[in-house]
Design a protein around this ligand. Structure first.
Ligand code: ADQ
Length: 733
């Protein structure tokens, strides 16, 4: 039975070794819940680190740990102290985390950490590859494993790989500053499906893919390495039921059953009718905007002194990454700020901020959520922020107000929350006042809508939608409207060829028989291809013709002694029995006018160039800024279409090229002329570019037409790469 292999830095469990005893406790976090249907319920395997370094596990214990972990459907990747120091605290948390959260001033780049990051990604790849069986899928999580998809794809090209990034993807202007930007993108592009929390991250990623990796991007699809990679947003949700049920139970508890925290919270709320509680919960991380929040709270108390002694900010911060200097600095700063403000405002009976620096058990979290009138969540950057969603789920009476930073991914979905800019203290103070004074009806109206949305799009649903998208990611037929030229179809065409009296085989050249290149001098056929074509030319019932956009002089030189036909220059010239003829006598008097138009575009679009061919003009913008190129392309198309109306000229758009040529020059027209020579009872046409599309269209209905590459086509079938064309010809021989 096929399975999904989930991969994340940490396994969803805690391993403890006490003398000879090993205890393994599964964690109940959001991700583990979301993945349940993919992992626990369907034979899945989770690959990751146990949390114990190899130095912490005695040699004799290693096997026992592995088998204890295995019982939880997990497989451990062994990491040493050194790995954790450089790959985890180093590259992941001192480089990628700050960079992706726009903290350029915190972003360190050290080669040693990068080397360790590569090495650990390779360690993960090895373990994952060992687990892969026929029909399996892989789902990789998060920024610690950005290189992993490509490492797996290189070894297992047919295995569908999904990747989800839990943190923001930064804008191109930030990402471009990073020394290993290309390597990171290449790593991610090993995936078949890439998921982000929001459309903004998706858009930033695609922009970097276009500009840095120079890949073709159409809407949310990237063509890379003979594959189509789909990029989409999947906003992660929470286990809604769990939070809602816990909140309901919490409300039903009698006084005796209440936790200590709950009793203290109640005391505060009972002090006066107007006592209010404002809650913030985060990991202690500089991205969460904690100092800004405290300062904004101070600003609020100064601006609205009537709230003194009535309002309390409960700030819960979970210790996090304290090995990284910036986190220690943040801890000091937070302690000082809380101390200063409490010192400044406290009275005998009131302290404005209650600050807890620790993790809390689940029931205490629920106490806090259900007791707070306002949740004040003000990250300066946050991939999603699940705390905001958890607060909503616990408001069973539909009261309470969420004040949320517009920099959190969650803000895109939570439109009814009061949204603030976390750098604007004035706005935070005023919004906090608005939240505290919001009429109950309005609270309910907003909360109801928020609940409706996040109770529908839960973490389980998130995982399901991602998996469904991954399942269909390799079905290219939906994008290109042709069928894959599988063994079954190949056998049919080969049989038709064998049975035929006379087969005509039309073969494109650059991009069909050799890998596509812009440079003419690099297009020369290799020895292997020459031998292959020589053997094809010896087949008694097959006549083949190379149909190319290249110039006749080049083609003539490359295929000097080959017994084949050639159509050159997009279909302008034809070689048969080594004699060239011009298929149409063509006028060139239009060229001068069009050249002057195209030259103005070359001047205004740095990196673009004009190519003057005997019968056509081409404007290439492959080296221009991608977005400027696309913008100019739209302008040029409009100008040229009006210039060429009522003439026998046509304007075409190819791979970063606009071409103007006479309608009479076409591979389709040329191919039809060959068909007039003789009665071919079997026709096979293989080509990769837009000029071949005319040939596919003009050939008789029963011709076998095959597109090379993943683009929308008029052909019946498609192959993805040159190698597959050569293998097909090999079979024909
Ligand atoms: P985090 O940065 O960890 O996650 P968040 O999404 O808010 O941020 O999740 C925190 C989780 O920890 C919540 O489930 C919360 O209940 C829990 N938690 C917080 N404080 C706690 C405490 N003191 N005690 C116990 N539990 C506590 C990263 C990204 C986010 C993204 C998530 C999921 O940074 O942007 O939303 O992954 O993709």
């Amino acid at each position: 039975m096929s399975k999904t292999i989930i991969v994340s830095n940490r396994l969803p469990l805690q391993v403890k070794i006490d003398n000879e005893d090993i205890s393994v406790t599964p964690s109940v976090g959001g991700l583990a819940t979301g993945m349940k249907s993919v992992h626990r319920d369907s034979n899945g395997v989770w690959v990751g680190w146990t949390g114990l370094t190899t130095e912490e596990i005695d040699v004799g214990m290693q096997k026992k740990v592995d088998s204890a972990v295995r019982k939880e459907q997990c497989v451990a990747v062994d990491l040493s102290e050194d790995d954790i120091e450089h790959y985890y605290y180093g590259f992941s948390n001192k480089t990628l985390w700050p960079l992706f959260h726009y903290f350029l001033e915190y972003t360190e780049f050290e080669n040693e950490a990068w080397e360790s990051y590569k090495l650990v990604n390779e360690k993960f790849a090895k373990v994952v590859i060992d687990q892969i069986e026929e029909g399996d899928k892989v789902w990789v999580h998060d920024y610690q494993l950005l290189l992993l998809p490509q490492l797996i794809k290189a070894e297992k090209p047919d295995v569908p790989i999904g990747f989800f990034l839990h943190i923001p993807f930064p804008s191109y202007e930030i990402f471009r500053t990073f020394p290993k930007r290309k390597e990171i993108l290449e790593g991610m592009l090993g995936s078949d499906l890439l998921g982000f929390h929001t459309y903004d991250y998706e858009r930033h990623f695609l922009s970097s893919v276009k500009r840095i990796a120079n890949k073709e991007v159409k809407f949310n699809k990237i063509t890379h390495d003979h594959r189509i990679i789909k990029v989409d947003s999947f906003p992660m949700g929470i286990d809604y039921q769990k939070f809602e049920n816990a909140a309901k139970e919490n409300q039903e508890q009698s006084n005796k059953e209440k936790t200590k925290i709950q009793r203290r919270l109640d005391e505060h709320l009972n002090e006066s009718d107007s006592a209010k509680m404002v809650l913030s919960i985060d990991r202690l991380d500089y991205t969460k905007g904690i100092p800004n929040r405290i300062r904004a709270f101070e600003y609020f108390l100064n601006k609205y002194p009537e709230y003194k002694e009535k309002i309390r900010l409960i700030m819960l911060a979970v210790p996090s990454r304290s090995e990284v200097p910036q986190y220690r600095k943040l801890k000091r700063e937070t302690d000082e700020l809380v101390g200063r403000i409490n010192g400044k405002f406290s009275t005998v009976s009131w302290t404005p901020i209650w600050y807890f620096f620790r993790a809390m058990p689940f029931e205490n979290l629920i106490d806090l959520y259900t007791s707070s009138d306002v949740a004040l969540i003000t990250p300066v950057r946050d991939g999603m922020n699940l705390v905001a969603k958890e607060y909503i789920a616990t408001r069973t009476e539909q009261d309470g107000v969420l004040v949320l930073s517009e920099m959190a991914g969650a803000s895109k979905e939570l439109g009814e929350a009061l949204q603030i800019n976390p750098f604007n203290f004035e706005e935070i103070a005023d919004t906090l006042k608005q939240a505290l004074e919001m009429p109950l009806e309005e609270q309910k109206r907003r909360m109801k809508n928020l609940q409706k949305r996040i109770s529908r799009y839960t973490v389980e649903r998130w995982a399901e939608e991602f998996m469904t998208a991954l399942d269909t990611s390799q079905n290219f037929s939906q994008y290109i409207e042709a069928e894959r030229f599988t063994k079954k179809y190949q056998d049919q065409v080969l049989k038709a060829t064998k049975d035929s009296e006379a087969t005509l085989l039309l073969l494109g050249y650059n991009g069909t028989l050799v890998d596509y290149t812009y440079e003419t001098s690099d297009k020369k056929p290799d020895q292997e291809l020459l031998e292959l074509l020589t053997n094809v030319s010896k087949l008694p019932n097959v006549e083949f013709c190379i149909t190319s956009c290249s110039q006749k002089e080049d083609l003539d030189k490359w295929f000097k002694d080959m017994d084949c036909r050639i159509i050159s220059d997009h279909g302008a010239f034809y070689r048969k029995h080594n004699i060239w003829t011009e298929l149409e006598s063509l006028k060139k008097d239009w060229m001068e006018d069009v050249i002057s138009v195209l030259e103005t575009f070359v001047d205004r679009t740095p990196g673009s160039k004009l190519e003057i061919n005997p019968f056509s003009l081409s404007w290439y913008y492959g080296d221009a800024d991608i977005e400027l190129g696309e913008k100019r392309f739209i302008e040029i198309r409009t100008v040229l279409t009006s210039l060429t109306s009522n003439t026998d000229l046509s304007v075409f758009h190819g791979n970063k090229v606009v071409e103007v040529k006479s309608n009479k020059v076409s591979k389709g027209y040329a191919a039809v002329q060959i068909l007039k020579e003789k009665n071919f009872d079997n026709i096979i046409a293989i080509g990769d570019d837009w000029t071949d599309e005319y040939m596919f269209e003009d050939l008789p209905e029963d011709a076998h037409t095959i597109k090379v590459g993943l683009k929308k086509t008029n052909a019946k079938y498609y192959l993805t790469k040159v190698n597959e064309v050569r293998q097909f010809l090999e079979k024909m021989i």
